[in-house]
Design a protein around this ligand. Structure first.
Ligand SMILES: Cc1cc2nc3c(=O)[nH]c(=O)nc-3n(C[C@H](O)[C@H](O)[C@H](O)COP(=O)(O)OP(=O)(O)OC[C@H]3O[C@@H](n4cnc5c(N)ncnc54)[C@H](O)[C@@H]3O)c2cc1C
Length: 436
């Protein structure tokens, strides 16, 4: 019997397989699609580099010449632009002052191959139908091969099925986020006017849009292609009367810098949409199973944190699984250290994102401030997993409180309706008993 069966071969599943194989833990990754397959989520944060190094994948990233991402740039509708460069805050032990923009089809295929190279068995083009339980313990998965159901037994099951959240749906532990209900429309374009910066040193460009929680991304995929996406509240999208092209162009026109970038451009593939992507499972672990990456939770892609969280959750999960298998005890209790660690990290991102959306000018104000710039940059790099390490979030809160209390504050009108105090229970802490 294999030690661990992994559902899904995206970044979380392939990193999971890689880490387990390096620890001598046998594993099989079952992927529903056949790589390469398209996927949203093309811009990384620098913390990913550390994981690439640990699983021997960094040379591949360099050899395949993915676009280097040296920083980020925010564009206000009024014309002002704010930039950060990762090199301003060097990461201990990392020699590269940049991360990557990727074609996810190619990136996910290479990461999947890396897991194979390190020893993961793999199956592609076959979806997992359900996780098998004996009493309340996961004992394997069921797949459909031809016209037959086949059961694959394992000592542990890892759900890395991304937003399919196969286990969360099976166990009914998925909770939609009470605040964020964003909707994204995106496509690839050729000939986007990407400005003065050569592609070898490019940034992600974020454009603020004049609707609550509205923004657009511009991510260079290669010399020719740029990924463009518009994100707004789902309601705002629903209320729009017109086709997708008209919708996209309306929001493009609402920020002059974005309009200018897209003026000479041609769309080269169909629009894709992404909705319902803010949720959390009430628990990330249970007897004989755990969830990694988007299968555990996902909030909002504004800071490009998704792939990094997927990779780190795999690393933390592999450490916990190793201990549990050595002790011959894969109970929920044994797996709980993983849940605590991951929740610590995603709660930091979640709070940061909420504060960001609460008062947009505060973010641009802080990244221009000598006092706070580096701390913001450190958060944006994605290596903080303890709330106690991020005083900057308290500083952001205090600033917002001052704006709320001060009549005629210049930022007062820009406070959004997001509540800051009621952080949903499912976000902060686990754990309720898992129903089966
Ligand atoms: C609009 C939007 C923009 C984003 N932008 C960014 C960004 O710029 N940067 C960033 O880092 N992140 C971004 N993200 C998030 C990023 O896409 C995800 O966080 C990341 O892909 C998570 O990796 P994963 O391996 O957990 O899931 P996935 O990458 O989704 O992989 C899951 C895999 O499981 C497979 N699968 C599903 N069901 C089954 C099944 N039943 N059986 C077998 N296999 C199955 C799927 O085919 C898939 O290959 C964005 C997300 C959205 C919605």
């Amino acid at each position: 019997m294999v030690d661990v069966v992994i559902i899904g071969g995206g970044p979380a599943g392939s990193a999971m397989g890689s880490f387990l194989s390096m620890k001598g833990i046998s594993n099989i990754i079952i992927e529903k699609e056949i790589h390469p397959r398209p996927h949203v989520g093309e811009s990384m944060v620098t913390s990913s580099t550390r994981i690439f190094e640990e699983i021997g994948f960094l040379p591949t990233m360099e050899k395949e010449a993915f676009v280097h991402k040296f920083g980020a740039s925010w564009h206000e509708p009024g014309g002002r632009e704010f930039q950060i460069r990762f090199e301003e805050f060097p990461q201990e032990g990392i020699r590269q002052p940049y991360t990557y923009h990727v074609d996810r089809g190619k990136f996910d295929l290479l990461l999947f191959k890396n897991a194979q190279r390190l020893g993961s068995q793999t199956i592609q083009g076959v979806g997992v139908k359900q996780v098998l339980f004996e009493e309340d313990r996961a004992v394997g998965v069921r797949i459909r091969l031809g016209d037959q159901d086949v059961d694959i037994p394992a000592k542990m099951v890892v759900d890395a099925s991304g937003r399919s959240t196969i286990l969360g749906r099976q166990l009914n532990t998925k909770k939609n986020d009470p605040i964020f209900n964003q909707y994204a429309v995106h496509a690839w374009y050729e000939n986007v006017a990407r400005g003065e910066i050569p592609i070898s040193e490019d940034y992600i460009h974020i454009y603020f849009l004049p609707v609550e929680r509205g923004w657009a991304w511009q991510i260079p995929i290669n010399e020719k292609i740029t990924s463009m996406g518009i994100v707004v509240e789902r309601e705002v999208f629903r209320e729009f009367k017109g086709d997708m092209e008209a919708y996209f162009n309306t929001y493009v026109a609402s920020n002059p810098a974005l309009k200018k970038a897209l003026e000479p451009a041609t769309r080269v593939n169909e629009f894709k949409t992404e909705g319902d992507y803010s949720y959390s499972m009430s628990s990330f672990v249970g007897n004989g199973f755990l969830m990694v990456g988007d299968a555990a939770r996902f909030v909002d892609p504004i800071f490009s944190s998704g792939v990094s969280i997927a990779l780190y959750s795999a690393k933390f999960a592999a450490e916990t699984i190793e201990t549990a298998l050595k002790a011959n005890n894969v109970s929920e209790e044994m797996l709980m250290p993983y849940e605590k660690k991951l929740r610590g990290g995603v709660s930091v991102w979640y709070e940061f994102i909420r504060l960001y959306y609460k008062l947009l000018p505060l973010f641009t104000h802080f990244i221009q401030s000598k006092k706070y710039r580096l701390e913001i940059l450190r958060l944006l790099q994605g290596e903080v997993f303890e709330r106690s390490e991020v005083d900057i979030l308290d500083a952001m809160r205090r600033y917002i409180e001052t704006v709320e209390k001060t009549e005629n504050h210049i930022f007062k009108k820009q406070l959004s309706s997001i509540p800051l105090d009621e952080i949903p229970e499912t976000i902060l802490a686990s754990s309720q008993p898992t129903p089966h």
